[in-house]
Design a protein around this ligand. Structure first.
Ligand SMILES: *[C@@H]1O[C@H](CO)[C@@H](O)[C@H](O)[C@H]1NC(C)=O
Ligand SMILES: *[C@@H]1O[C@H](CO)[C@@H](O)[C@H](O)[C@H]1NC(C)=O
Ligand SMILES: *[C@@H]1O[C@H](CO)[C@@H](O)[C@H](O)[C@H]1NC(C)=O
Ligand SMILES: *[C@@H]1O[C@H](CO)[C@@H](O)[C@H](O)[C@H]1NC(C)=O
Ligand SMILES: *[C@@H]1O[C@H](CO)[C@@H](O)[C@H](O)[C@H]1NC(C)=O
Length: 490
């Protein structure tokens, strides 16, 4: 079974030399609004029940102070500022975990559904080099669930145990979030300053079986203003002097940000019963005005995946796409699956989803992934063979998503796209410091991540791909039933 062209399934190695210029930011911050007054204030001795009452009073006070609403007390929305890593290779945000809360950078990934962090013990010094790690012993609210967690990749694997703790993200808190504490990890899998991954897909594809953070909030009625998440992602791939870390855009939870898009959000339903990945049927594709023939139905299902750098699709469709670009050529050997084309050709690919009448164009700047010789460039669409896995035929990543405001709505289950506003596109290529951890003030505290069934643990895998030297990643979860114990696992 070939998930991918063999040579593409290498780890996400990024240049060490470049990274050494960046000291890992201090993982410790004090973003936890509940703990600050508790630590600083002297108070009379209280017995246990008095203490709990006092703690609740403090929490309620802070909830009120930080914007909890009156009418429907808990409803809220929040945001997280994103960092663009390595010229659009990946986009990460920040979460805070434990008591006292410590912040970590995590890839924001709509293509998988598990949250996990590198652990402070067990990692080889090489694989943990410079990566802020999680130590359950340092959190008074951490519970070790004594359950194995493992997740495999085309090029390696990570494993550890499941734990449960307070997790804060984008202004919300889930007090009993289940996540993986990863103690074994393939070298090169994580790139500092990223410590793990926040899966933003649906629970049904969580290899831990745990309810994803966002879904715990969406399932808790009245918590979010609206049951949705939205992304605006910046473009730096075409900027010569872009630094390794640049401002990455905005993630909104519970409400869209109307200053980041114009016109209507064009929502298309997730096909019936497919709420695992954020699936859309790819129903139209044009290249410089010419249509590319696509199959219909499940053969054209696409995961809309913020955790994947490029756009991967079936060999036939990718070949048909490049056939519309005169002078294009399939690469072979190590780079099988990718295509080159003449750099002086402006390529305008549009995508249409579901029953939409709108075709969304991808800028030439995003299609042009990199120049490999004086006249030859590699395109951002590549062949991805997901047959035999549960992943959809297409993985539509950031090459597309940088061109739209994207909305992931739980109910009715759908994905929406809108045109970016000038405010949003003005952030493209605008060099700046990456945002500091933006955990936000916690307006809402929700429990609910209690499902720890892990029956899918052993046959779940996530797949990532890289064109060597480009730092291209695919963080889409892929279930490899039948491959357990095969060559792809640890
Ligand atoms: C704690 O103190 C309160 C008020 O003084 C008292 O009513 C309660 O019984 C005490 N609880 C315990 C467990 O000692
Ligand atoms: C936490 O404490 C346990 C028991 O002392 C120990 O076995 C484990 O290695 C510690 N974990 C870390 C991350 O230090
Ligand atoms: C919405 O986006 C604008 C422009 O980036 C920003 O100034 C504002 O803080 C954002 N608000 C929220 C709630 O995301
Ligand atoms: C890209 O193609 C679409 C459809 O053919 C067209 O509407 C759009 O204007 C084109 N964009 C550019 C930048 O040429
Ligand atoms: C398109 O609309 C039809 C009729 O409303 C519906 O049955 C079908 O599921 C829709 N297709 C997609 C991909 O949304």
């Amino acid at each position: 079974m070939h998930l991918l062209p063999h040579s593409l399934a290498v780890s996400c190695l990024l240049s060490i030399a470049v990274h050494e210029a960046f000291a890992a930011p201090s993982p410790a911050s004090q973003p936890h609004p509940r703990t600050i007054p508790l630590l600083r204030r002297s108070r009379p001795q209280l017995n246990e029940s008095e203490s709990y009452a006092w703690l609740q009073g403090q929490r309620d006070f802070l909830k009120a102070k930080y914007g909890a609403r009156d009418a429907n007390q808990k409803r809220a929305s929040g945001l997280n500022l994103i960092t663009n890593q390595n010229a659009d290779s990946s986009f990460y945000g920040s979460i805070a975990v434990g008591t006292p809360a410590i912040s970590y950078n995590v890839i924001l990934d709509t293509g998988s559904s598990d949250l996990w962090l590198a652990a402070s013990d067990g990692l080889s010094s090489q694989s943990s080099d410079g990566i802020p790690t999680f130590d359950g012993n340092a959190s008074s609210t951490f519970t070790d669930l004594n359950t194995q967690f493992s997740i495999s990749y085309g090029s390696g694997a990570a494993r550890g145990t499941l734990g449960q703790d307070v997790v804060q993200f984008a202004g919300f808190e889930v007090s009993d979030q289940v996540f993986g504490v990863v103690t074994q990890i393939s070298d090169g899998l994580l790139t500092s300053p990223v410590s793990g991954l926040m899966g933003l897909g649906f629970e049904s594809i969580a290899s831990s079986g745990a309810t994803p953070f966002w879904q715990a909030l969406a399932d808790s009625s009245g918590t979010l203003d609206e049951p949705l998440m939205a992304f605006q992602l910046t473009r730096f791939v075409d900027i010569q002097n872009a630094q390794v870390l640049e401002p990455g855009g905005t993630f909104n939870l519970g409400a869209v940000n109307t200053s980041l898009y114009t016109g209507d959000i064009d929502y298309q339903s997730i096909p019936d019963g497919q709420e695992g990945y954020w699936i859309q049927e790819l129903t139209g594709m044009t290249v410089n005005g010419a249509s590319v023939t696509l199959e219909s139905g499940t053969s054209s299902y696409a995961a809309i995946d913020t955790g994947t750098t490029l756009v991967g699709g079936p060999a036939d469709a990718i070949a048909a796409l490049y056939a519309q670009i005169p002078g294009s050529q399939a690469l072979t050997g190590d780079n099988n699956g990718y295509y080159t084309y003449p750099c002086d050709t402006d390529v305008n690919v549009t995508l249409r989803f579901g029953n939409s009448s709108v075709s969304w164009p991808i800028s030439n700047a995003d299609f042009l992934l990199m120049q490999v010789s004086s006249s030859s460039c590699v395109g951002g669409f590549f062949t991805l063979d997901t047959s035999g896995t549960s992943a959809p035929a297409w993985i539509v990543g950031d090459t597309f998503l940088k061109n739209v405001y994207s909305v992931f709505r739980a109910s009715p289950a759908s994905v929406g796209f809108a045109q970016l506003s000038a405010t949003a596109t003005d952030m493209n290529g605008r060099l700046g410091s990456p945002p500091s951890a933006t955990v936000g003030s916690v307006a809402t505290i929700t429990g609910g991540s209690t499902n720890t069934g892990s029956d899918r643990n052993s046959n779940a895998a996530a797949l990532r791909v890289e064109l060597r030297s480009l730092g291209v990643c695919v963080w889409a979860a892929v279930f490899l039933s039948g491959l357990v114990g095969g060559g792809l696992l640890l």
